[in-house]
Design a protein around this ligand. Structure first.
Ligand SMILES: *Cc1c(COP(=O)(O)O)cnc(C)c1O
Length: 377
């Protein structure tokens, strides 16, 4: 928790559940990644936290933005961001949405299939396009495999098809999966791209841009993650090995590492009880759950650190669940959490490092529970 958030909670005492984001930390996170020399430009992945306050903060520091839908594009445009600093990185777009982007002057699109090239040919003539390849997502807590990326063996044929369609293929992209804990995954993908750049060169389609995606890990506190400096250093070496002196322009699209540790969710305990099937386990029900923003608890993939204020006694194991009448609204059960034995109804529980992939995942009102209240300070 940052000092600024602590002061805000003390003086404002917001009602729960709520997300509080420290915008100074957002800009610090951006600046420290921007200072790393392994890459040339950062496109913030808007979906991680699409709030205007976040977008405007990053824009002031010169960030670019990767958007995935007309609404995300509109948020960026409303923040005064030039279209040259916005990419449309979703490889699955409706024709009308491509037209919307073109109408706003956007000229950089991702694709991973010939069906998408057909739409780009019709709606975005002459646009710059980046081909996304499928790479290993092993080691990622929140994998993005299967759904995205073409087979690397198809790349040259797709680039030729793009040229024939009057588009301008400028580079390749990949995503190693979100919360990727193994830096070797970027290095392997970069080596693959080195070969594909050479093949594409030989086919008369020289490429100039390599997009390493996002996936950089946040230290949630539930196991080892490499430091960002070390990941960047390994990536830098891998780029040197793969491209030698002919280094392409390198861009990254971090989301999680820019906003996660800038935010926390404050929640209240609604009930502490045992359940009939097992009298030993303590169940703690919070006023926030998987439909209120904690979607990444699916499969217990992301394990947020939790603390309860005001208790000095020992911790004991608990199952943690949300407030709705849905049995999937359980955050942690297979692997239990530790919260104070003395925890009781009305106590406040803080979920740390929850600035990414929370508020925008909250349902519009499942079971009548309102979307997560947000404060940007
Ligand atoms: C979600 C996404 C990102 C951001 O990933 P993080 O793991 O949050 O860094 C970047 N690029 C694309 C294409 C994405 O879909």
């Amino acid at each position: 928790m940052t000092d600024k958030i602590e002061q805000f909670l003390t003086y404002s005492q917001p009602s729960t559940p709520c997300l509080v984001v420290d915008l100074d930390r957002v800009s610090e996170n951006y600046q420290s990644m921007a200072a790393m020399t392994a890459w040339d430009e950062i496109f913030y992945a808007v979906k991680a936290n699409p709030a205007s306050a976040v977008i405007e903060t990053l824009a002031a520091f010169g960030a670019s933005f990767d958007a995935a839908s007309p609404a995300e594009i509109a948020t960026c445009v409303a923040a005064g961001i030039a279209p040259t600093r916005i990419s449309y990185g979703n490889t699955i777009k409706k024709s009308v949405d491509i037209a919307f982007a073109v109408g706003h002057g956007i000229d950089l699109f991702a694709f991973d299939s010939s069906g998408e090239l057909d739409k780009l040919e019709a709606q975005a003539p002459g646009a710059r396009v980046i081909c996304r390849i499928a790479v290993s997502n092993e080691g990622a807590r929140w994998p993005l495999t299967r759904k995205f990326g073409c087979d690397p063996a198809e790349v040259v044929a797709l680039l030729r098809r793009a040229v024939a369609a009057g588009l301008r293929p400028v580079g390749l992209s990949f995503h190693t999966g979100s919360q990727q804990t193994e830096s070797s995954r970027w290095c392997q993908a970069i080596a693959q791209c080195g070969q594909l750049f050479a093949q594409s060169d030989a086919a008369g389609i020289p490429l100039e841009l390599l997009n390493l995606g996002g996936g950089f890990p946040v230290a949630y506190g539930d196991g080892y993650v490499p430091a960002l400096d070390d990941v960047a250093a390994e990536i830098d070496r891998a780029i040197g090995d793969a491209f030698g002196g002919r280094r392409p322009r390198i861009i990254i699209e971090p989301g999680r590492t820019i906003v996660a540790d800038a935010g926390l969710i404050l929640s209240e305990v609604v009930l502490v009880t045992q359940r009939a099937y097992n009298r030993m386990e303590r169940w703690v029900y919070l006023d926030v759950g998987r439909y209120g923003g904690l979607a990444e608890c699916e499969g217990e993939a992301i394990r947020y650190r939790m603390t309860a204020s005001g208790h000095v006694g020992p911790d004991g194991p608990v199952v943690v669940a949300g407030p709705t009448c849905d049995s999937h609204d359980v955050m942690y059960e297979k692997s239990m959490c530790a919260l104070p034995i003395a925890l009781s109804v009305g106590d406040l529980v803080t979920l740390h490092d929850t600035g990414a992939y929370t508020s925008s995942y909250a349902s519009v009102g499942f079971n009548g529970f309102a979307p997560l209240e947000e404060y940007f300070i």
